[in-house]
Design a protein around this ligand. Sequence first.
Ligand code: B3K
Ligand code: ZN
Length: 876
Amino acid sequence: PPTVRLEDYRPSDHLIDRVELDVRLDPHDTRVTATLALRPNPAGRAGAPLVLDGDDLTLLALELDGQAPAPDAVRADASGLTLHRPPQRPFTLRIETRLDPTANTRLMGLYRSNGVYCTQCEADGFRRITYFLDRPDVLSVYTTRIEAEREAAPVLLGNGNPVEAGTVPGTDRHYAVWHDPLPKPAYLFALVGGRLDRVAKPFTTMEGRAVEIAVYVEPGKADRAAYALDAVERSMAWDETAFGRAYDLDLFNVVAVSDFNMGAMENKGLNIFNDKYVLASPETATDGDYAAIEAIIAHEYFHNWSGNRVTCRDWFQLCLKEGLTVFRDQEFSSDMRSRAVHRIAEVRNLRARQFPEDAGPLAHPVRPKQYAEINNFYTATVYEKGAEIVRMLRTLIGETAFRAGMDRYFADNDGTAATVEDFLKAFEAVTGRDLSRFAEWYERPGTPRVAVSGSYDPAARTYRLAFRQTRPGAGADAPPLVIPIGLGLVGPDGPLDGPLAPPFAERVEDGVFVLETAEDAVTFENVAAEPVPSLFRAFSAPVRVESPLDDAARLTLLRHDPDSFNRWEAAQRIALGLMTAQVRDETAGDAGADDFVVALGAFLDAEALRDPAFAAQVLALPSEGDLADEIGTEIDPDAIFAARRDLRRRLGTGLRERLLSLREALAEPEGTPFSPDAAAAGRRALRNAALDLIAAADPEAGTALAQAQIAQATNMTDRLAGLAALALVPGEAREAALSAFAERYANEPLVLDKWFAIQAMIPEDGTVERIRRLQGHPAFANTNPNRVRSLVGSFSLANPTQFNRADGAGYALVAETVLALDGTNPQVAARLMTAFGPWRRLEPVRRAAAESALRRIAATPGLSRDVTDIGTRSLA
Ligand code: B3K
Ligand code: ZN
């Protein structure tokens, strides 16, 4: 496939100022008439042909300024429309196309989900609706008339504000006209038509604008939309106080559909969501679901400024809207919940998804330099590492300057399609700093390493910390990155910053040292005793740290570090060390493990009831993926699994009495109404973390507890945690609980997804066969992305021993699914295939099996561009 390169960017030769769309919805024969007000772009090439994008389109009619153009003046086919000699002045094109939304299984462009008409245009789906300049730097004002059979689609929604509605005389059809006053790129276009229930509430912006917020869901599910509706309201209020950003239309609509390629989409004034991220009730949604709904509602809403009002010049700038908006939603969630616990969750996620990506064949810079298929670049690197860059920027310049820079960015770029340079320029303007060196973060793939060593001089009462940064694959002459390092010193009894004579270091400001060269060091003065350094507080940079700490020092941090993140990190590093020692067959770890159990016991005594959410994070050991990432090469997932299982057993045995009594102490008194708030969720999280460890040590006791929990559960969090504990214990009890769960939720697709996922994650030999059976379950469908992700996606990403079975059966299952899906939904197929990313880091037998599965996929004729691209890069 042709490669698109950042360096080849040039402005469009033409602009489209206004778009009038007339969409007559029909299940198989939808007619779209687009009237485009075009003109030559003064910044483009004069006299250039007009080349409109198209994808799978059927052209019915074409007029240029009211006339049919001469046949030799035009070339049109399914994938584009070229006007060889367009007028050198403003002109109008009227284009009529025919679509079959029911046949659209790729879920890009206009399609039907459970009978509801909806659209997905980012990144390049608008060209599946009409011929267009489908690129983000062409901004137009849209007016959309939507027409449909009233019975089939009583609700008709578009971008912007509603301007007119009525019936089509003499028919059973009706229409609605929507006008969006703000110019936008085509990827933000959306329409919806269908039978939907609605919940709504008013909001008044800080500018005094009356807004109606509404959430539309499948009929009968309105009561499950309340949480999402409130989350929109909280998001609107937060963006006003945190960033001074007010909403700008009279309506803000959210629509939930059941077939959706990703989480949600920020279309202007009409966000379309995967129903998984809207629908919630205590009976069907876990605390994790509630948190995800709040975060994604916020994310899409925040795009209204970071993405829509200021959009991207080209798709290489994707992190400009995505990294920034992830940062904004993280800050929102931190303010709504516990900042420390949320930071831990962010870092877990970064390490689980972005670090491996950055260490494998699909690694790319946060701002890629080239792509073959842009839809494959909606990655953890662009989103999550992109967010970390924004966070580092804030750490470097401080909160006040950061806010001023954001204001400047919005003011200078409002209504335009911007670049990463424009973003940085705003911060340079308000701080007077040169950020060109910092900008390297956008250009370099790979996770940097920072090696740290410390030395104490008791006579001089100084403590010196030396840092050395390296980047994988980077030569010695590669420019160093600018790395903010959150720092503090901790003594045996607590922080070493007593009020009388605190330690200080000249180049540590507000607890941050900035490493700008390959090597540097900082010296603290006035240090009364040998300290333990607390490094990269709050995970101040997305790097791997080669730390000088031993386990005794880490236990000091676990006890005394005022930085909660580093308390958690200390426990994680100790656990990681114990487990990797076992994997590497070093048996010396036993005494260390005992010390760890004792320390965790003390930690629980001090903290568990004070901050259960945080304690749950400390108890949750690093994942198998974390271990694989730590080990890095010749990975044997079975050995990793065994090491983790053994440490869980040890903790479950050593902490048993404490865990049991914590479960008692944290139980909600009977009759307590369910609340999804962070405090209640934290108590449930700790109870369930305790259950996991108890069951690991004593499957029989665990089974009994899990069964009782399921029987008494008043919410999905506890019910599912019970089921998850049972799922790890082979036998009758597990199978009975699984059947009962399936029966209870037979008509709840989103809950059945959890049931599919739990079974897909069973770390036992029979799982591949179980999944094959489940693929034939009446509730399973390859055409629904949520079903595929819950069954096959969970397997490939969250069941390392079975996906990586030495006989290759796990790889074969995923490869077959990729191939089966590619014809209908290439985006989801390609996403699934990324699970093979770490293949080169496996031990030789599995490496060979994974490679041959990859090669089998890649050698299949007729593959989509999406899957071809992942295959090519994975094998390169
Ligand atoms: N912007 C969309 C993602 C579109 C993905 C296109 N393949 C959702 C989001 O990040 O908010
Ligand atoms: Zn986004």
